[in-house]
Design a protein around this ligand. Structure first.
Ligand code: PEP
Ligand code: MG
Length: 936
């Protein structure tokens, strides 16, 4: 044997001897195989079986669909050992062994790959089983399922081909549901299915069980590379080279009459996180009946009455598995003749709210440490709380079309699209928001679901495909809207008297399970959720990095503060002049040729600026406010050159049609003024405005501008201090590349500040610092720090200048291709390029602090709200990140994760053996003290 490709569930020790840890076990066996083996080990009832490894899958795919080496021989050998364990034989009609063949990759890809049940049945075995157990109905129901699955999975025949036969049979028998069909019906269906397989695949259904097993194994391996699986991996960031394991499991039957059943449960509510089993259950059915949503399922609580003992055992096992894995579990089970069997456990998919609640509850239950809870929840899940929900009044007044199951919360508005391709086309190509509405969804629909704003289905339960996928990708979804009749041929849907066509605008509330006609306005959810608040409290205890906000207006500052901002890291003063009544004055100031004209404009701007600053200081009472002096890229403030040319041409044309001398004189005057304006604009226009007269460069040309801003700032501060406000002013000079720029501006600010303070008879302590957003400034940070009390990395410009790519154009041009082709892994304007931009930042921090050890350093580019970039900022020792107000909670959380990770904590010890925890001494500073408190 050159290598071991197949492991029985009872051979976990052998697996562990070849890999480093539990992660390695999952990599080799896939998640499902690893967990089946783990369950066997801890005494949970699991049917005997074995796993063909992911390595075997990779080898098989590399050989383009042939079993290399002795994989197949090992599989047959494992089958023999299962026969010995169960006392049954594969293909023997007297003591038949039936098995299922299930995929199972390292990372769960629900429904993306294939499963075949009841392998080992053929005509002879079916007859033998009828003799053995005397239940022909059960046997032929099982047999037809095998042929159906074999036909669709191995021979790639359409589902509908088989579904139609069953539907027809129900009609003929005059019954509404499958369980009402009799043995003869299933025998006839079985016969017809065999014919259909032959007709559609030009080969008969194989009667040789060994041939069935081999074809099924190959089909599962092949399903790794189906379009839906590849799409799913792309969307979930799962690598394509992992391969899937194949699990061969002894069949246990939930469809063996009224003492049998099957179900899927989550150990807690996957929408809300509430404790207690949550899921669906069916009597006399096989697993896929529950997931497919083809039969009306019962709430799991109904099982307590029907199978009290098995229900209690299930509750106990769910509890055991949760404690074992320290995570909410998604469990598949079957009851065969009253005996409970577990077929699968995995960490359950859940909504953001459920993730937060479960993490917090598990700390209270002693299952997790606070640090682990903080690592369990992703910054994106915190972000969820900042997303819109429907306005409550509008919702109450809206036309409710129908209700269904509230499986994935959030509010979504879009046009109804009845299939995945239409949904994708409308959303991606035409930029329209879409709600995908389907009878049910299948893995082939995933691309449409990803493109849609939300999902509605008329069938299916809480664990249906639609619900799972929607939750995973945070798409609002309502499923099982029974009142909804979808007519795919006529492209319309009906609910009672109401008919609506494809393209109709609807709104869905995934938290309430409601569908409304028309577009409802949305509001931001309440971030004060009790569980989130506790989690955020812990996060704030752990983090060492402060989180400030970029805010230009008092109301932004108030919002930022309410979301936990500890300061304003960037007030872009030029944004204060974008408003309609201010822009003309600002433009006048920029365009002025004569000193007195500029002074007049500045005089009018001064009180406006003062008012804005006052508002900011009051909103941030007690917290620092970094006011950046004007940094207007000139092209944003200059008049439109083309428009000026057109206006001038019009005036000249008008001149030719005028009669009176007075009119001509007036128009000539207008032409002269326009001409002058145009010339001035042309003087100021630059070929490369982003590398032009911006930031400090404009201030060097117009020192009166700095004077006006400094005056407004210190007057506002004095006024606020007079009213008892605790003002912490920081004046920031933008776009500095040479220390002399900073020195010049510092002198102007200091002089003006002194003058205002004398006039106001009040001392206003303040800091003066600079942005680091030009590579030269970063390279000479030690020199610059001599004149700066703080640095703030302007990583928007720093990225632009380090890469030498325009922040205005790159994302519409070559950068898209770079990202598509993988030349760059991430958009450097969204996620800090640690290798390049990051290196220069790290160096600037070291140089700056060499000159001034207490140098305060932050970041105020867009990266300040990006979790990965926040982690990097923590790593290089910044004091704070500053981001837009709505990102503040996300950044707080990301900062906490960075600190906890640095101390050696991991989010997911998947099994207790791996639960080695850091001692709590790994970190210095504030967090380590807290850590000591919570880890004891
Ligand atoms: C930056 O360049 O990162 C920055 C914050 O300044 P602005 O975006 O205003 O140029
Ligand atoms: Mg900048």
């Amino acid at each position: 044997m050159d290598r071991k490709w197949v492991y029985l569930f009872t051979e976990l020790e052998a697996v562990e001897s070849t890999v480093a840890d539990w992660e390695g076990v999952r990599t080799l066996l896939g998640g499902k195989g690893a967990n089946l083996a783990e369950m066997s080990r801890i005494g949970v009832p699991v049917p005997p079986g074995f796993t063909v490894t992911t390595e075997a899958c990779i080898a098989y795919l590399a050989e383009e669909g042939r079993f290399p080496s002795d994989i197949w021989a090992q599989e047959l050998d494992a089958l023999k050992r299962i026969e010995a364990l169960t006392g049954k034989e594969f293909g023997n009609p007297k003591k038949p062994l039936l098995v299922s063949c299930r995929s199972g990759a390292k990372f769960s890809m629900p429904g993306m790959m294939d499963t075949i049940l009841n392998l080992g049945l053929n005509d002879e075995v079916a007859e033998g089983m009828v003799t053995l157990i005397g239940d022909a109905r059960f046997v032929y129901d099982s047999y037809r399922r095998l042929i159906q699955m074999f036909g669709t999975v191995v021979r790639e025949i359409d589902d509908e081909v088989f579904d139609e036969v069953i539907e027809q049979r129900r009609l003929e028998a005059g019954v509404a549901t499958d369980p009402e069909l009799a043995a003869e019906d299933w025998m006839a269906v079985t016969q017809r299915f065999k014919e259909l397989v032959k007709i559609h695949s030009h080969a008969p259904f194989p009667q040789d069980p060994i041939e069935q097993l081999k074809a099924a194994t190959e089909a599962v391996f092949d399903s790794w590379n189906t379009r839906r699986a590849v799409d799913y991996r792309n969307a979930s960031g799962i690598p394509h080279d992992l391969g899937t394991g194949v699990n061969i499991v002894t069949m246990v039957f939930g469809n063996m009459g009224e003492t049998s059943g099957t179900g899927v449960v989550m150990s807690r509510n996957p929408s809300t996180g509430e404790p207690g089993l949550h899921g669906d259950f069916l009597v006399n059915a096989q697993g896929e009946d529950v997931v497919a949503g083809t039969r009306q399922t019962f709430e799991i609580s109904a099982m307590a009455e029907r199978f009290p003992q098995a229900y209690q055992q299930l509750c106990d096992i769910a509890d055991l598995l949760e404690r074992h894995y320290r995570n909410m579990q998604d469990i598949e089970f079957t009851i065969e003749g009253g005996k409970l069997w577990l077929l699968q456990t995995r960490n359950g998919k859940r909504t953001a709210q459920a993730e937060v609640r479960i993490a917090v509850d598990m700390v209270d239950e002693g299952l997790l440490k606070r640090e682990e809870a903080v690592l369990r929840v992703s910054p994106e899940q915190v972000d969820f709380y900042l997303h819109p929900q429907f306005d409550e009044t509008a919702r109450r007044n809206a036309q409710l079309i129908a209700t269904g199951l509230n499986v994935s919360p959030g509010a979504a508005v879009g046009l109804v699209a009845f299939d995945a391709d239409t949904a994708e086309r409308w959303a991606k190509d035409e930029g329209k928001p879409v709600i995908m509405v389907r009878p049910e969804t299948k893995p082939d629909d995933v691309h449409g679901m990803l493109a849609a704003e939300g999902i509605v289905t008329s069938r299916g339960g809480r664990t249906s495909h639609a619900a799972l996928v929607a939750r995973q990708f945070g798409k609002p979804a309502v499923v099982g809207v029974e009142a909804l009749e979808i007519d795919l041929d006529d492209r319309e849907a009906r609910v009672g008297d109401l008919t609506f066509r494809e393209g109709t605008e609807i709104s869905i509330d995934g938290a309430r399970g409601e569908v409304y006609l028309g577009a409802l306005p949305k509001v931001i959810p309440d971030i004060q959720d009790a569980w989130l608040s506790r989690l955020m409290e812990w996060a704030d205890d752990f983090r060492t990095l402060e989180v400030w906000a970029n805010a230009d207006y008092p109301e932004d500052a108030e919002r930022a503060r309410s979301l936990g901002a500890q300061g304003i890291g960037l007030c872009r003063t030029e944004h204060m002049f974008f408003e309609e009544d201010r822009l003309p004055i600002m433009r006048e100031m920029i365009m002025a040729r004569a000193h007195h004209e500029r002074e007049s404009a500045l005089d009018r701007l001064l009180p406006l600026q003062r008012g804005d600053f006052e508002g900011l200081f009051r909103a941030m009472d007690g917290l620092p406010v970094v006011v950046r002096l004007l940094d207007p890229p000139l092209h944003e403030f200059l008049p439109d050159h083309k428009e000026l040319m057109r206006e001038l041409a019009e005036l000249k044309l008008r001149l030719q049609h005028l009669d009176t001398l007075r009119e001509i004189d007036n128009t000539l005057e207008e032409i002269r003024a326009k001409q002058d304006f145009l010339e001035r604009t042309e003087e100021l226009l630059e070929t490369n405005p982003m590398l032009g007269t911006r930031g400090v460069r404009l201030a060097m040309l117009l020192p009166e501008l700095t004077r006006m801003q400094a005056r407004a700032l210190f007057q506002a501060a004095a006024e606020c201090v007079r009213d008892g406000v605790d003002v912490k002013v920081e004046v920031m000079i933008p776009l500095v590349s040479h220390v002399n720029e900073l020195r010049t501006q510092r002198r102007i600010v200091e002089a003006e500040a002194r003058q205002v303070m004398d006039e106001e008879e009040r001392e206003i302590p303040y800091k003066l610092g600079t942005m680091i957003e030009i590579p030269r400034a970063a390279l000479v940070a030690d020199v610059i720090a001599g004149d700066a009390e703080f640095f703030s990395f302007g990583t928007n410009d720093l990225t632009q200048t380090v890469f030498g790519m325009s922040r205005d154009d790159a994302e519409q041009g070559f950068l898209i291709k770079y990202l598509e082709d993988g030349v760059l892994a991430d958009n450097p304007f969204a996620t800090l390029d640690q290798e390049g931009v990051g290196r220069i930042m790290r160096q600037a921090v070291e140089l700056g602090r060499k000159t001034r050890p207490d140098l305060e350093i932050g970041i105020c580019g867009e990266h300040g709200g990006d979790p990965r970039s926040v982690e990097f900022c923590h790593e290089i020792g910044l004091n704070y990140v500053s981001c837009s107000p709505f990102r503040v909670p996300v950044a707080r959380f990301a900062a906490a994760q960075a600190a906890v990770r640095e101390a050696g904590w991991k989010p997911m010890p998947a099994a207790p053996r791996d639960m080695k925890r850091p001692s709590g001494k790994a970190k210095a500073g504030k967090a380590s003290k807290k850590e000591a408190a919570v880890t004891t």
